[in-house]
Design a protein around this ligand. Sequence first.
Ligand code: AMP
Ligand code: ZN
Ligand code: FE
Ligand code: FE
Length: 275
Amino acid sequence: MRIDLHTHSRASDGTDTPAGLVRAAVDAGLDVIALTDHDTSDGWDEATKAAEETGLTVVPGMEISTRHHGRGVHLLAYWPDPGYAPLDAELAKVLRGRASRVPVMIERLNALGIAITEDDVRHASHGAVASGRPHVADALVTLGVVPDRTAAFDRYLGWGRPAHVDRYAVPLETALALVRQSGGVTVVAHPWGRGGLGRPDEATFAELRGLGLAGIEVDHQDHDERARGRLRSIARNLDLVATGSSDYHGAGKADHDLGCNTTDPEEYARLLDLR
Ligand code: AMP
Ligand code: ZN
Ligand code: FE
Ligand code: FE
């Protein structure tokens, strides 16, 4: 059984449609994928329908933008109920923050002499519900300003760069509680990843476990062997589920091919039990 619990579609900043992602997952020989777009369940229906009669299981999920002690934390939520009003209200707030930040980023880029418009970004995002910096990056690539997304983040959009604009994120404690109350299960995504602004230690994970956290994404491309080993032992010590996944973004992220990391079936079964 090959299980990949973190993938993105065009509902956020992946480049495959949800149906295209399902086809790619079948081609990659996967048995289970979780669709975890940023802050939205928008791709679920299309992906679930596309997976019918393929033998592929699609776990409905999302990667929620949260904040903890001033630091950004990506929280994977599996089987949350997006119809649960308090959760829906928080996600709507994040999506509004994502949308209102785009014109500000454009203004900053224009001030730097780059002729980019909101239309360019809309075009790059294919109307994604969750607009993000990667869409601005794609527009910059199309305009020939930068060669790829990474260069756009390094030069303009990353933390501390001239077109970086902050946006709303859900307090982590709130997100943990709301997902739990809505029947879902949570896993901290790439906790020691490159994009992360901090490195939660064992004591922090213990605190988060007390607030309802179920697992840690251990096997992720941002983690080297040493980080994986240490995170795996933290998960074992705290009886947290250890997952592995690709964080696939289609053509949007190199070296994140579907199934490049996978989750042990026994760990997946534990998530199912906690549901
Ligand atoms: P946002 O959600 O708009 O804050 O943008 C953050 C997202 O951009 C992350 O979740 C990644 O998917 C993507 N990202 C971050 N850094 C890079 C990078 N250097 N190159 C490509 N994509 C990136
Ligand atoms: Zn992303
Ligand atoms: Fe992430
Ligand atoms: Fe992700």
